[in-house]
Design a binder for this molecule. Structure first.
Ligand SMILES: Cc1ncc(C[n+]2csc(CCOP(=O)(O)OP(=O)(O)O)c2C)c(N)n1
Length: 356
């Protein structure tokens, strides 16, 4: 059996956020159909992108690691819809969903996974290093917890500049056991910086259940011990994530200092796309597919009058977009080998015989 919310470290304690959650539930009776449909579309695009990336990896078109966020799309969509284009996000190694939800270009993302010259980093970065400053995406990051100080630094810059932009910082529950978490939240609170910390608590850190390596009650309690208020939310309920985030973003933008969103969710696939995830019972995963955020959103929209055909079309459009991105990526050239020597810090690194 999966850990029930009550078993998990740092589980929601009743606090001021309860009122916000109650409001989210009440709103469900009378949803903003176009906003929820927007979530459905965003989540469908993330899912289609990752399914296509998974297949491309199996087909041998991707050499590096790919971490899928299948099952966690509700957090990316529910948070990012509340951000302006100029607001910033930082991400972790599981960043496709955050990046797409913030408005990055799917074609350039896929090309980056394929190490092509048309990719976001002209093929140098791969899945874990996609950044797009045009949409405020400051970068995915393969070093667990490393996005946190980047987010806090950006937020400090915004505060010093008197800029109203804010930063949303995505990381996993495993990251709370690394030093940057303590340093980052401490600094953000000391200077009351405009950061929304978003902990995507999927219960795992690679192949380990996070609670097995986490002392004390977990993410929310740690944030609150540093004076950063924690709001718990069911991360698989995109409508709740959206409503709660709207409230938190208003507080952060209004100068209220950092906030912490503790979103419980589940990754439905292995740690990487190549991981069969045999360390957890198949029955647990199967049960959690029943809580798939996309399926829940679809059910909600169906309840509010959208036809199966309309909803199927959203999925079909997303799949077609991802397929086109794959075709574009495969047709794009690899970067010239000399490009390996550009954008590097040490100017004396070129091999004998040139290459630059
Ligand atoms: C500093 C550091 N330590 C270890 C790793 C290896 N590693 C990659 S992902 C991961 C687990 C991260 O778990 P979490 O932060 O909860 O994110 P999730 O994978 O669950 O989304 C680990 C240990 C790493 N990349 N960086």
């Amino acid at each position: 059996m999966p850990a029930s919310p009550a078993d998990r470290p740092g589980q929601p304690r009743v606090n001021a956020a309860t009122a916000t959650i109650a409001k989210a539930n009440a709103d469900r009776a009378n949803i903003d159909r176009s906003r929820v449909l927007g979530h459905y579309r965003t989540m469908a695009r993330i899912r289609a992108f990752e399914e296509a990336a998974d297949q491309a990896l199996k087909d041998g078109h991707i050499k590096g690691a790919v971490h899928l966020s299948i099952g966690q799309e509700g957090v990316a969509s529910g948070v990012c819809v509340n951000l302006d284009r100029g607001d910033f996000i930082t991400s972790n190694h599981r960043g496709h969903g955050h990046t797409l939800a913030k408005g990055a270009d799917m074609t350039a993302m896929m090309a980056e996974l394929f190490a092509r010259a048309t990719g976001y980093c002209q093929g140098k970065g791969g899945s874990m290093h996609i950044a797009d400053f045009q949409v405020g995406m400051l970068g995915a990051n393969g070093v667990v917890g490393a996005g946190i100080p980047i987010a806090v630094g950006a937020a400090h810059a915004m505060k010093l500049a008197g800029d109203r932009r804010i930063v949303a910082c995505f990381f996993g529950d495993g990251a709370i056991n690394r030093g940057p978490f303590l340093e980052g939240l401490n600094w953000a609170k000391v200077f009351d910086l405009p950061v929304l910390f978003v902990c995507e608590d999927n219960g795992f850190a690679a192949t380990t259940r996070t609670r097995a390596v986490t002392a004390g009650p977990g993410p929310g309690a740690r944030a609150e011990s540093l004076g950063v208020p924690c709001t718990p939310v069911d991360g698989n309920d995109v409508v709740a994530v959206d409503a709660v985030t709207a409230d938190l973003v208003a507080r952060v933008r209004g100068g209220g200092g950092p906030q912490f969103l503790h979103a419980t969710t589940y990754r439905l696939r292995g740690h990487t796309a190549a991981d069969a995830a045999t360390y957890r019972p198949a029955a647990e995963v199967e049960e959690r597919w029943g809580d798939d955020p996309i399926r829940r959103c679809r059910d909600l929209l169906a309840l509010h009058g959208l036809s199966a055909a309309e909803l199927d079309q959203v999925r079909a459009d997303a799949v077609a977009e991802a397929a086109a991105a794959v075709a574009d990526g495969l047709a794009a050239p690899h970067p010239d080998p000399s490009y390996a020597w550009t954008d590097v810090q040490d100017v004396d690194m070129a091999p004998a015989g040139g290459g630059r």
